[in-house]
Design a protein around this ligand. Sequence first.
Ligand code: HEC
Ligand code: HEC
Length: 259
Amino acid sequence: MRRIIISAAAVLMAGFVTAMVPTVVMAAAAAWPKGDGDLNNGKKIFTEGKGTVPACNSCHGPEGLGDDNMGTPRIAGQFYTFLHKQLEDYASDKRTDTTMFIMNANAKGLTEQDRKDVATYLASLRKKGDIKTASGKIGPSDLEELKAAGIAVGLPHKGKSLVYWGGNDKGIPACYSCHGFNGMGAPPIFPMIGQQRYVYLVNQLKKWRDGSRANDTKGAMQAVARKMSDEDINNAAAYLATTSFYSDGNLHTAYDPAH
Ligand code: HEC
Ligand code: HEC
């Protein structure tokens, strides 16, 4: 009897380790999930909406790159399995939109097939190369503009240290170990968080920390965020929002559509 209990626990532990520690090595080997929904229907929903659901681009920007004033995320170029999971989580109230209180209704207003189609369309918007602001800086957010608007912006060089090595004094794990190099994403579970909107990153880290977002498998992200101070959050977000996916001397990333 005892042996059975022990082996059941061992199986559980093995599952946990495989699910939670993909490591950068596996990330480089995995493909970027694109989905197999209907691109035309997905594009129609994104640009025109459907029924009571407004067009996605009205809040997420014409190219799906998010908006810091509204606090909406970049959704273009994220991988399919993560986008689809979030839409399902909103539809089933596993995740609650506590930013604009709209995404739960949006997801419920679409059919199961529509959610697949729009996630497939968003994943298809992935382009080769880093994305740039109008003034040529890396990422969707312009940190200087945000500072000028009075938003508290962290220090990217301190954030870099957290992303690469974690905060050993507080036991914050390196973001890199789950989310891949500079947060470029480790499909099918760990989302791209690099080149995401600054305001959205800060908000979500605070929501993980206070438990108002709790749709992470086995509470993995809540455990990370609970160890972070406001300063840690601002610093990590400032680095991630503006970092390149290309390391020195490496001219393509693991997920370039061209490779
Ligand atoms: C009225 C504004 C608004 C509209 C319209 C809207 N969204 Fe959102 N969306 C948001 C906000 C705000 C969030 C962040 C919510 C939160 O804090 O959970 C969000 C979050 C998301 C996320 C989660 C992204 C992530 O990285 O976790 C996805 C996916 C998403 N929206 C897809 C869509 C799709 C698809 C549509 C069109 C059918 C759409 N949204 C329309 C405001 C909007
Ligand atoms: C143990 C693995 C793990 C580590 C380490 C980790 N994360 Fe995560 N993170 C996750 C998972 C899993 C999700 C997706 C949860 C879900 O399904 O919604 C996630 C989601 C996120 C999101 C939400 C993304 C979105 O688009 O909605 C942010 C922001 C984030 N992580 C930031 C960080 C930062 C910053 C660090 C480092 C300080 C970090 N993570 C370290 C596992 C991890």
